[in-house]
Design a protein around this ligand. Sequence first.
Ligand SMILES: CC(C)(COP(=O)(O)OP(=O)(O)OC[C@H]1O[C@@H](n2cnc3c(N)ncnc32)[C@H](O)[C@@H]1OP(=O)(O)O)[C@@H](O)C(=O)NCCC(=O)NCCS
Length: 183
Amino acid sequence: MSPKGWELIDQASRDGWHPAISEHIADVYVRTSRVAERGYVPDGELDAMRPGDYLESWHRRLGSPEPHATWVAEVNGEVVGFCYVEPSLDDDAAAATGHVDMLFVLPERAGRGIGARLLAEGVTHLRTFGFSEATLWALARNHRTRRFYEREGWTAADARKRYDHEGYAVDLIRYVRPLSAQD
Ligand SMILES: CC(C)(COP(=O)(O)OP(=O)(O)OC[C@H]1O[C@@H](n2cnc3c(N)ncnc32)[C@H](O)[C@@H]1OP(=O)(O)O)[C@@H](O)C(=O)NCCC(=O)NCCS
């Protein structure tokens, strides 16, 4: 346990992540989304989210070989946050573009540096695997999250996309970060 009361665990360091860790990650994903996406996504959609709906995709992510990678933050053995990175799947991405696909910290654990540390692990990992830049997509209207990424050295790019779902849409903005060997 770190002096801050939480510890970071990377996928490679722990055997037997499946299937229990998928359940914990899916649970954090749903609990965090319900709070963080309120006002952007209809209440009905958020309230209908169930961790079980995300287990299969997490089994797939956790079973993907490096450079795909996942970290979780734990407090007293409870998963409170996670980060998942992979090569970018964007149509316009260069081969050397890595992607922070997900970064979530439970609202009641936010503001303690956990997100910044998880993000730093993801960035370091992508650099180690030879990616020259990293990207992520943020909710365009979520200025608090955007400020967080900007503080962590990310820059808003001139690229947006719309996630269209039944009855609602959310606009996402791309953030980029060069991964020079020096930083
Ligand atoms: C954005 C997020 C990953 C930051 O994690 P964190 O552990 O709170 O981050 P840190 O403690 O390292 O940094 C705190 C900063 O994050 C930002 N932040 C964004 N959302 C926040 C929230 N709900 N609570 C607290 N801080 C938040 C603030 O800028 C804060 O700085 P401030 O205290 O000076 O305002 C986390 O709040 C989160 O999971 N939010 C919801 C999901 C999300 O938007 N994920 C990113 C898109 S996939």
